[in-house]
Design a protein around this ligand. Structure first.
Ligand code: THU
Length: 141
């Protein structure tokens, strides 16, 4: 599978990161089953706690635009080639688990050429999902 286009979108998202406190810029690109790519970046607050990650920015953009079903997620950061791949934080994994299937590919990328592929289920095993409350994961429409 060629993920370079989705990674490119995540890199574009990262350009818009607002991260004056951490200096750690993150970009995300979430592919909707409708074919639209929703980009996100981290947006920090001087009060720190309200900060939102790139992944959740992309997710809430998508859901607020009417998409609820997703095919893949790419994540990039400014950590650099020598650092570990950046992967979603626990809060983002929980929110992604609300909407996304466990086998959804998650691409952790340093560049278009250098990336690692995992799945949401690998990142968030035995997650607490809508089924635990007797609900199904939402589907678009
Ligand atoms: N951050 C993300 O946007 N996504 C991640 O996967 C990890 C962390 C942000 C939050 C904060 O703005 C900065 O990176 C440092 O934690």
């Amino acid at each position: 599978m060629d993920w370079s286009g989705l990674i490119e979108k995540a890199l574009e998202g990262m350009e818009r990161a607002y991260a004056p406190y951490s200096g750690f810029r993150v970009g995300a690109a979430l592919l909707g089953e409708n074919g639209v790519v929703y980009t996100g970046c981290n947006v920090e607050s001087c009060a720190y706690t309200p900060t939102i990650c790139a992944e959740r920015t992309a997710l809430v953009k998508a859901v607020s635009e009417g998409e609820r079903a997703f095919s893949a997620l790419a994540v990039v950061s400014s950590a650099g080639a020598d650092a570990d791949y950046t992967s979603p934080c626990g809060v983002c994994r929980q929110m992604l688990f609300e909407f996304c299937k466990e086998d959804m590919p998650v691409i952790l990328a340093k560049s278009k050429e250098d990336y690692q592929t995992t799945t949401l289920g690998q990142l968030f095993p035995m997650g607490f999902g809508p089924d635990k409350l007797g609900k199904e994961k939402p589907v678009c429409g």
